[in-house]
Design a protein around this ligand. Structure first.
Ligand code: BG6
Length: 288
């Protein structure tokens, strides 16, 4: 399907009616629905659908830089580019193919990108929807240059939640984190599960590969499983910062929480010809 700017979007559906929508603009997942038609990702009512502006919501991809940790623009350029639909993607591994539907999008640097980041790469993003409704994002990044390069990456996932004061995140207890609100200083998480009562902008370091977001009011839990992505970004702008963002409603911080599988603290280095793989799997389970 085409969006209002004539840019292609691909909708994956599984036999039970769950769906995922992904745009060639940014390779950004813009929707993930259950078989009952409920949207699981947050998108702002003030989102700007004007390329190359990344949409405020869904899953923008931060690459080859996370945040302002480097000389590139905030979160790198990948989320502002038009990706290419691959009509002949390599097949899924057999053990992986059970009832799964997928699409592959490709990004290669343009001449202009090479001027600001002089490294040739091929980024293959596979978005798949499983028979059980789980959403998978598999990134393969290959160095097709003759010298090594390093990058960081985050799947900046905007989860739709009932109320920020009612959710808790488990899996980050006792970890060290870098606090973006305090000059990226390093702290250690003291509490049990993470709960929210003010702005949060942190990079948790070297977490386990399973993180859970419990939403009591909606009686459901998001499970985040990741491979190759050691860090977890947790972000909620709260009221003051919300008012400074043109593409975000003043009160919308209550209905969203970003929890990203990421590789931020230690950039990934690829030698010529080498490939890196990072995998994120999102699922939602009922809870009481
Ligand atoms: C977070 C950053 O991950 O993304 C925040 O740590 C930033 O500092 C947020 O505000 C949103 O970024 P952007 O560029 O999409 O507004």
């Amino acid at each position: 399907v085409k969006d209002r700017n004539g840019i292609d979007q691909i909708v994956l559906r599984n036999p039970r009616g769950a769906s995922v929508r992904v745009s060639l603009q940014g390779g950004q997942v813009l929707g993930w629905r259950t078989e009952q038609g409920e949207e699981l990702l947050f998108t702002s009512s003030k989102a700007i659908f004007k390329p190359p502006h990344p949409v405020r919501g869904g899953i923008p991809i931060c690459f080859p830089q996370f945040g302002n940790r480097g000389s590139l623009e905030q979160h790198g350029f990948a989320r502002k580019k038009i990706w290419v639909f691959d009509e002949n993607p390599p097949p899924l591994h057999r053990q992986d193919s059970n009832g799964k539907t997928f699409v592959d999008l490709l990004l290669k640097p343009s001449e202009d990108d090479l001027k600001i980041w002089p490294h040739s790469f091929e980024f293959r993003l596979r978005v798949s929807l499983a028979a059980d409704g789980n959403l998978m994002l598999l990134s393969r990044i290959r160095n097709i240059n003759c010298k090594p390069f390093s990058f960081s990456i985050a799947y900046h996932t905007y989860f739709s939640i009932s109320d920020i004061s009612e959710v808790r995140v488990e899996g980050l207890e006792t970890l060290d984190y870098l606090d973006n609100l305090r000059q990226k200083e390093r702290f250690t998480e003291q509490g049990n599960a993470l709960t929210f009562e003010s702005e949060v902008d942190r990079v948790y370091l070297s977490s386990s590969d399973v993180i859970a977001i419990f939403d009591h009011e909606r009686k459901r839990t998001f499970m985040i499983r990741k491979e190759g992505l050691p860090d977890v970004v947790v972000w909620n702008p709260w009221d003051k910062k919300s008012k400074t963002m043109v593409d975000f409603g003043d009160e919308e911080y209550k209905q969203m929480l970003c929890v990203d599988g990421a590789a931020v603290e230690k950039p990934i280095t690829l030698k010529p010809g080498e490939e890196w793989t990072g995998r994120l799997e999102l699922s939602v389970v009922p809870s009481c």
